[in-house]
Design a protein around this ligand. Structure first.
Ligand code: GAP
Length: 513
């Protein structure tokens, strides 16, 4: 049995070996926490983005999209609170000279207690067999109840200390829990300090005439500053949403875990403008809708859970994360935030422009409240990719590595393989590629024995392999092999398009929502 660390290492090396993700500027030994998407990765990423865009924009007649610039007027970030409050608490270890996020050290400590709970559950499930009731067990088993209470009390204290900017108490908590440097075991810590995560840059030709700018740390502000332009030109009526996908930048203190926490990453965000007082209703609606979107991809409902924020960001009156079970445990994948009228009111204040909506039903103007859904595209990529990578034992005592990507997201929907490189089979195979490529991204592969080609396509995540053999010459049929079941059947070339479409069409997947 592979442990989680090994599984994660496999994910990273598979992503590189099969052309999904490369370290940035690798010939110069890479750049920490910056990655490039390779030929297959860029397709998977685009498909995830399209799946999100279609669900959010195309399927909602009251949501439209924009694409705002990364550079924004510097006052934007003063107004949004990022200049003053977009900080992470950091702590250094005096012996190892390593820097950590103080809150992450405490959260990792709690994750270890959670792993103990999982172990107890696993043991009990074995002991009780079919009669095991997990819910009852975790609410009645004293050891598990104590573990749970400990986690809750630690996280609640951490949340309060961070909220009150009581960094001395965060350090005290680390010391009381005897948290050690994960790399060296040393407990020789500095004080906890705040560190602003925004990257600064300059615009302008000369030093005297340049202006200080920030690279945007979230795409959301590009939506807020365009709120009135979109509302007026699109004649939008509340409730309505504005969606955007694009790059964001954060100077993360602890950038690790591959593409989970990057310094340059992509967000898919939607700000939903609503009448003040209706935020609870929309908060519930978007929690449910976004969870259904995730579940429609079939990565396993048990791999998602909600986590309510103890420490609310400076702009929110309620917030939660949709967490996903990554190879290193449950972690934030998406945030759902009730942002009140904080952002629009702040931009009104700093710009001196009215950012209000005239509500014809109420016959009055107001600053709308905002419900935000915010998901990291790279994190979603990691969720899909890591969940899909499996090693399967086969009947003949061999194993195969297969990337069981949801077919709708796979880079190639099919690969066409001539059984041999002669007798006119490659020509027919290329003809099939030329027919299918109008509808799908299709690969052509003629190198090596067909069994090896199947394995290669399995590892690449291609849902279908289409093999052209000598029978094809006689009756225009081919075999179509399914990646997950490995079942093969003989079909007419003319039937291929519909057969593939049935399984990869976005409509079929989104209709599961
Ligand atoms: N506009 C709200 C906002 O930016 P957030 O919780 O800071 O909220 C939203 O970020 C999402 O962006 C996260 O749930 C995560 O998926 C993604 N994200 C944040 N920081 C990231 C990073 N350093 N690397 C990759 N993804 C990140």
């Amino acid at each position: 049995m592979v442990n989680n660390d090994d599984q994660f290492k496999k994910v990273i090396s598979h992503a590189k070996e099969y052309g999904y993700v490369f370290p940035s500027s690798e010939i110069y030994d890479g750049l920490s926490a910056v990655y490039d998407y390779a030929q297959n990765g860029v397709e998977l990423k685009k498909n995830i983005r399209d799946y999100w865009w279609k669900a959010m924009v195309q399927m909602h007649d009251n949501i439209v999209g924009i694409d705002a610039a990364i550079f924004m007027h510097p006052t934007t970030w003063k107004a949004s609170g990022h200049v003053d409050a977009f900080n992470d608490p950091l702590i250094d270890n005096k012996d190892s000279k390593k820097r950590y996020r103080a809150d992450v050290l405490v959260e990792d400590y709690c994750a270890k207690i959670e792993a103990k709970i999982d172990k107890e559950v696993e043991k009990a499930a074995k002991r009780f067999g079919d009669a095991f009731n997990k819910q009852e067990f975790i609410t009645t088993n004293q050891r598990v109840v104590d573990y749970q209470a400990k986690i809750e009390s630690i996280l609640s204290r951490l949340g309060k200390s961070l909220e009150n900017e009581d960094l001395a108490d965060v350090k005290a908590l680390i010391e009381e829990l005897e948290i050690a440097d994960p790399l060296t075991g040393s407990r020789n810590w500095t004080e906890v300090k705040q560190f602003n995560l925004m990257f600064g840059t300059k615009i302008g030709a000369s030093a005297e005439h340049s202006t200080d700018l920030y690279l945007r740390p979230e795409t959301a502000q590009g939506i807020f500053v365009n709120f009135l332009n979109v509302q007026k030109t699109g004649r939008m009526k509340i409730p309505f949403g504005i969606a955007q996908t694009g790059k964001a930048f954060r100077n993360e203190i602890v950038a690790r875990q591959f593409i989970f926490r990057m310094r340059e990453f992509e967000q898919m965000e939607m700000q939903f403008f609503i009448k003040p007082g209706t935020q609870q209703e929309w908060y519930d609606y978007w929690k449910e809708t976004r969870l259904k979107w995730h579940q429609s991809l079939g990565l396993g409902d048990e791999n998602y859970r909600f986590h309510n924020h103890e420490k609310l960001a400076h702009y929110a009156d309620a917030a939660c994360d949709i967490e996903f079970k990554f190879p290193f445990g449950f972690k934030e994948l998406e945030g759902i935030h009730s942002r009140t009228d904080f952002d629009l009111s702040q931009h009104e204040k700093y710009s001196g422009k009215k950012l209000q909506y005239f509500d014809p039903e109420e016959n009055k103007s107001y600053v709308p409240y905002v419900l935000e859904t915010s998901i990291g595209l790279d994190r979603m990529f990691l969720a899909v990719f890591s969940n899909s990578l499996v090693e399967e034992e086969l009947d003949n005592n061999t194993t195969r590595t297969v990337l069981k990507l949801p077919a709708v997201l796979a880079p190639f929907k099919a690969a066409v393989l001539p059984l041999v490189k002669k007798d006119g089979l490659p020509e027919i195979a290329k003809d099939i590629v030329n027919q299918l490529k109008w509808d799908f991204n299709v690969d052509y592969d003629e190198k090596d024995a067909v069994g090896r080609r199947y394995r290669r396509q399995d590892a690449n995540g291609t849902p279908f392999c289409i093999t052209v053999d000598h029978e094809t010459l006689e009756d225009q049929t081919v075999t179509i092999r399914h990646r997950d079941t490995m079942e093969q059947k003989r079909v007419k070339i003319d039937e291929l398009r519909d057969l593939i479409k049935q399984e990869v069409d976005m409509k079929h997947w989104l209709m599961k929502m």
